[in-house]
Design a protein around this ligand. Structure first.
Ligand code: 9UX
Length: 72
């Protein structure tokens, strides 16, 4: 069963930032769908928890140069 999570992301300034995060996360195996909202500074992610851990998703955001923040 897929899970959905909304992760606040810091460090996004322009639309290319949000596009870069979407691109990076879509490359992660187990991530099914990604939508990053620049205005609200949140990434909505659907993923298969049997294939990828949330910590790996957050690491991919960090590796792309942005800051995943605590989930509310
Ligand atoms: Mo826009 Mo974001 O010029 O890292 S791509 S600020």
């Amino acid at each position: 069963v897929d899970k959905q999570v909304v992760i606040p992301v810091g460090g996004m300034t322009c639309a290319s930032c949000s596009a870069a995060i979407e691109r990076a996360l879509k490359k992660v195996s187990g991530v099914k769908n990604v939508s990053v909202n620049l205005a609200t500074e949140r990434a909505s992610i659907t993923y298969d928890p049997d294939a990828v851990r949330l910590s790996e998703i957050k690491q991919a955001i960090t590796n792309a140069g942005y800051r995943p923040l605590a989930i509310e």
